[in-house]
Design a protein around this ligand. Structure first.
Ligand code: G6P
Ligand code: ZN
Length: 543
């Protein structure tokens, strides 16, 4: 087994984005492409020598092959140990947990999250640091610099190893430890939640379904829900991870997980249903004939987290991304705890979590999590909901209504305009930004603008400032519209318009959401000249 050094020339565009390097699978499969990026990661973190890494992914097409390549390269670069999920599987939150529990030097996570998988679909690789969270910008910037000057990479001339057998083997001088991907994660969940109470609730007739969408959470959900918590076999739907996710979009929202939504809307539907995405960090929560928006979910979890053992001493603070509704702010105010408003992207929560300032975090894009790991965590959100339902012995619908009757309701919806011409979208944002100063006092569709700004975040922990994170327009009475351009779109620009209307506790709490938001939608469309500029009358997607 000899060490080989290959010379190579840089590939264009190996620039890590919000969640590492994401490209079409065939791009990653080109000769030397993955190798150049992996060597650049090692170079950027001061080499791999003597280090221990966690390695695993969401099981999509090319996952196992890429892991073999990474292992050979880690060994050739002098790594001490690699901890690998059996068959190459690790959900993103489980990888974050292993990185922390085993006090490693970081991890390489293979995933393109909720994007489809397959040879003609998407693939991704990201590096998480020793705190278990995605590498901060200064680290990803250093990786990018390395990708531009890479001239050689190191690997071993060695056979593939068996990723299926749990235990230790050696690859050159490096120890490879294949672990059960579910075990440590389940142990962590048992420290946070009252498994006995949830088990008793299920045994008492509470029915549930979990849609793993043929992605990585299948084995986790089976072990935890059907195993440890005693839910009947068949509770987990689409529980076998597939390289192409059964040709679906593993994105837990009412569009891509429609069969699950149809199920809870039916007469004989389950009491509770949930889904997670490709790599297990997103979640969708449903109750009998009701859908819980991610923003409401964060607020309800914040108000009730003390009912679960892991949070029974209360929360240090709550954090939400700026476009996420302000429902959580009202809970924080009542609890007398800090509430943080961060730019879109989980990485902005890292400092707050590390500093102990925030305990729960959430985003409108279906991410919820806590300080137990440094990623959002789909199954964790499901278990916290189950723990709360078991304690309160109320339905999801009753808990939601009671929440609104206590705090008022923040009606909320996101309208997406996809594949808009980039210049058009940029001009729309720039022109609106230029007019922000004159908006306060304007009356439009019966709503009066009270304040309008371009959101900038001042990180209270490290003092860094992130500007231009989206336009906020506030209206009298607590309603709000936010406009920003997606940072993850692939074709043209995706304009996201986030609509929110506050209804006090004594007001009408059960209006149909789009009806409740009609005026806010019309107001923001008029202020931004949306239809005139884009030619679009209606959004492509409403969540
Ligand atoms: C990724 C990140 C999330 C973020 C989302 C926003 O999924 O992990 O933290 O909320 O992107 O995507 P957008 O398309 O709105 O920029
Ligand atoms: Zn994801």
């Amino acid at each position: 087994m000899s060490r080989v050094t290959h010379s190579c020339t840089p590939f264009d565009g190996q620039k890590p984005g919000t969640s590492g390097l994401r490209k079409k699978t065939r791009v990653f499969m080109q000769a030397h492409y993955l190798e150049c990026f992996v060597q650049s990661i090692f170079n950027a973190i001061g080499g791999a020598k003597g280090k221990t890494f966690v390695i695993g992914g969401d099981g999509r097409y090319f996952n196992a092959e890429a892991i073999q390549t990474i292992l050979r390269m880690a060994a050739a670069n002098g790594a001490h140990r690699a901890i690998v999920g059996q068959n190459g599987l690790l959900s993103t939150p489980a990888a974050s947990n292993l990185i922390r529990q085993r006090e490693t030097d970081g991890g390489l996570i293979l995933s393109a999250s909720h994007n489809p998988g397959g040879i003609d679909e998407d693939f991704g690789l990201k590096f998480n640091t020793a705190n278990g969270g995605p590498a901060p910008e200064k680290v990803t910037a250093a990786m990018y610099e390395e990708t531009k000057r890479i001239s050689e990479y190191h690997t071993l001339d060695a056979q593939d190893i068996d990723l299926g057998s749990i235990g230790e083997t050696r690859l050159g001088e490096m120890t490879v430890e294949i672990v059960d991907p579910v075990e440590d994660y389940t142990a962590l969940m048992k420290t946070l939640f009252d498994f006995d109470a949830i088990r008793a609730h299920i045994a008492g007739g509470f029915s549930l379904k979990f849609d793993a969408m043929h992605a990585v959470t299948g084995p986790y959900a089976k072990a935890i829900l059907e195993g440890a918590l005693g839910a009947p076999a068949g509770t987990v739907l689409n529980g076998e991870p597939k390289v192409d996710f059964g040709k679906g979009h593993p994105d837990p929202n009412p569009i891509w997980a429609k069969p699950l939504v149809d199920m809870v809307m039916a007469e004989d539907g389950p009491d509770f249903a949930a889904a997670s995405d490709g790599d297990g960090d997103r979640n969708m929560i449903l109750g009998k004939r009701c859908y819980v928006t991610p923003s409401d979910s964060l607020a309800v979890l914040a108000a009730n987290a003390h009912l679960a053992p892991g949070y029974d001493t209360g929360l240090a603070g709550v954090a939400r991304s700026m476009p996420t509704s302000q429902a959580a702010d009202r809970v924080a105010e009542k609890l007398g705890i800090e509430c943080f408003e961060t730019p879109t992207g989980w990485k902005f929560f890292g400092n707050l979590l590390d500093a102990g300032r925030a305990t729960l975090c959430g985003e409108e894009s279906a991410g919820t999590g806590s300080d137990h790991v440094r990623e959002k965590d789909g199954l964790w959100a499901v278990l916290l909901w189950l723990n709360i339902l078991a304690e309160r012995k109320a339905s999801v619908g009753e808990i939601l209504l009671h929440h609104w009757q206590t705090y008022g309701r923040n009606y909320y919806s996101r309208h997406d305009y996809e594949a808009v011409d980039s210049d058009t979208a940029n001009a729309l944002m720039a022109d609106l930004e230029a007019r922000l100063g004159e908006l306060p006092g304007t009356e439009v569709h019966g709503l009066t603008v009270t304040k309008a700004d371009q959101f900038a975040y001042h990180d209270p922990v490290d003092g860094s400032v992130s500007k231009n994170q989206g336009i906020r327009i506030f209206f009298e009475g607590g309603s709000r519209a936010v406009l920003r351009l997606s940072g993850t779109g692939t074709e043209g620009a995706t304009l996201r318009v986030y609509l929110e209307r506050y209804m006090p506790a004594e007001g009408a709490l059960t209006i149909e959401t789009q009806t409740a938001l009609r005026e806010v939608a019309a107001a923001v469309a008029e202020l931004s000249a949306l239809t005139a500029r884009t030619g679009r009358e209606t959004p492509d997607v409403m969540t």
